[in-house]
Design a protein around this ligand. Structure first.
Ligand SMILES: NC(=O)c1ccc[n+]([C@@H]2O[C@H](COP(=O)([O-])OP(=O)(O)OC[C@H]3O[C@@H](n4cnc5c(N)ncnc54)[C@H](O)[C@@H]3O)[C@@H](O)[C@H]2O)c1
Ligand SMILES: O=CCCC(=O)C(=O)O
Length: 425
């Protein structure tokens, strides 16, 4: 029997007056409901903002060390619940259980790090030309911070936004992506158990266009921190900026991995598969453009395909699974769209490209590890973020060409290179 989670506003778990819920389904087993959350209204968001504003007055006055104690306590409670949180994550968005445990551990470490931040220097003394002047900078809270997060890292991303905001005396309202909301609710339960004062940590679920947009528009929300897709992020930045609020946007990527001719090919193959296909390619940092020097192109491609064929695809809860399903139906359809687009535009499908339907796989959103060959920069699959298990192999002659191809996209997020020489560019 699955559980329906409530909003957490002003220190109380509350049912939405809408009477509607949103359910999260297991992408490895489409008919299994992992849990449900509230489909909240704009009025409930306004209430959360008012509560957060009220609570911030006292929260900002606590010593940093005292705020740090709350964060540390939440981290310890999360540690006690690590297994449950990670299992929920795997069931809700499909990443393998070891990856989900790794992410939960990362969230705990981030909380502990920021707990310590309450005892570290929070400013600088700056030399002045006037000997009688004391010039200094000091970090001060902004007020209420709205936190809008995606589904691909449903623990680490909310925490890496919430923890720094809280330690400096801000209060927060978290609105997670619907497809990661049940996992996020379990994290918020740990914050509740850590006894944060009412209104310091608030949690509200619902659609992006109502609750996400509402956070961007609400004047009591002094800053918005967002991670997600480019279009949504740009819209949020415009809305918050227009009302004089502060905003922070972390968005998509189309990241290159350069394979130089002098590299250790086995190490480069392993890194390409891990960087491109772990979490089913659903990372902003996923290295989806594999730029290979022509001298080793065929050798590298052959090794890459051979090892990619060995990848075990399945339910993230199975110990033998290396790669899970796409996180949801929308993402599954997007990946299929880009595979068709790659074929249409003349890239050669060197491996995969199909839905997997054998045995239990038929119940989930599974796509084979997919490798395209002969990809050029003008193709859509070389320019747009796919967010799926699809690698694009691109052949270049020189390192200079490789760097030019690597830079030939509108994105700039992460990049890697496999070589034995130092490159100064
Ligand atoms: N740069 C990074 O650190 C980073 C990290 C993780 C994910 N991402 C990016 O996130 C994307 C995948 O995540 P996603 O599909 O959840 O992204 P998304 O943009 O669809 O959703 C992100 C969040 O925004 C909310 N939202 C949707 N519409 C909104 C609106 N009109 N106004 C306000 N909020 C709205 C969603 O409900 C969700 O909480 C990818 O592009 C990926 O690269 C980036
Ligand atoms: O999806 C974006 C976050 C990427 C990340 O944290 C990672 O690759 O570990």
């Amino acid at each position: 029997m699955h559980k329906t989670f409530l909003n957490y506003i002003g220190g109380e778990w509350q049912t939405s007056k809408s009477g509607d819920i949103l359910s999260s389904y297991n992408p490895a087993n489409k008919t299994e409901v992992v849990g449900s959350v509230q489909k909240s209204t704009r009025e409930e968001l306004d209430e959360a903002a008012a509560q957060a504003k009220k609570a911030q007055k006292a929260w900002r006055k606590l010593a940093g060390a005292e705020r740090g104690n709350y964060l540390y306590k939440a981290a310890v409670i999360m540690e006690e619940n690590l297994e449950e949180i990670a299992t929920t994550m795997t069931k809700e968005m499909g990443k393998s259980l070891p990856e989900a445990k790794g992410e939960t551990t990362r969230g705990i470490q981030i909380l502990k790090y920021f707990a310590g931040e309450g005892m570290r220097s929070d400013g600088d003394v700056i030399p002045s030309t006037d000997p009688s002047a004391l010039m200094f900078s000091k970090r001060v809270p902004i007020g209420v911070v709205g936190v809008i997060t995606p589904w691909n890292f449903p623990v680490a991303i909310p925490i890496w936004k919430i923890a720094p905001a809280l330690i400096y005396g801000n209060t927060v309202i978290l609105k997670p992506a619907s497809e990661g909301s049940v996992t996020a609710a379990k994290v918020i339960e740990c914050f509740e158990k850590a006894d944060f004062p009412a209104g310091v940590v608030n949690f509200i679920t619902g659609s992006g266009s109502v609750i996400g947009q509402g956070l961007a528009e609400n004047k009591d929300v002094n800053a918005v921190t967002f991670t997600g897709s480019n279009n949504v992020g740009k819209n949020i930045g415009n809305i918050v900026g227009a009302r004089g609020g502060k905003y922070q946007l972390e968005m998509g990527g189309k990241n290159p991995i350069i394979i130089a001719e002098d590299c250790d090919i086995e190490a480069a193959v392993d890194a390409t598969l891990s960087g491109g296909l772990k979490s089913t390619g659903q990372k902003c940092t996923c290295s989806s453009r594999v730029i290979v020097q022509s001298a080793i192109y065929d050798q590298f491609k052959e090794r890459l395909i051979k090892k990619a064929k060995e990848i075990t695809v399945g339910d993230g809860m199975d110990a033998s699974t290396w790669m899970g399903p796409c996180a949801n139906e929308g993402q599954f359809n997007t990946v299929k769209y880009y595979i068709d687009k790659g074929k249409e535009e003349g890239a050669t499908l060197a491996l995969g490209g199909n839905q997997l339907t054998e045995g239990n796989l038929k119940n989930g959103y599974y796509i084979e590890p997919t490798i395209f060959d002969n990809v050029t920069s003008d193709m859509t699959i070389a320019q747009e973020e796919i967010f799926g298990p699809v690698l694009a192999l691109m052949k270049v002659d020189t390192i200079e060409d490789a760097i030019a191809v690597a830079n030939d996209v509108e994105f700039g997020l992460s990049a890697s290179i496999f070589t034995k020489i130092s490159i100064i560019y």
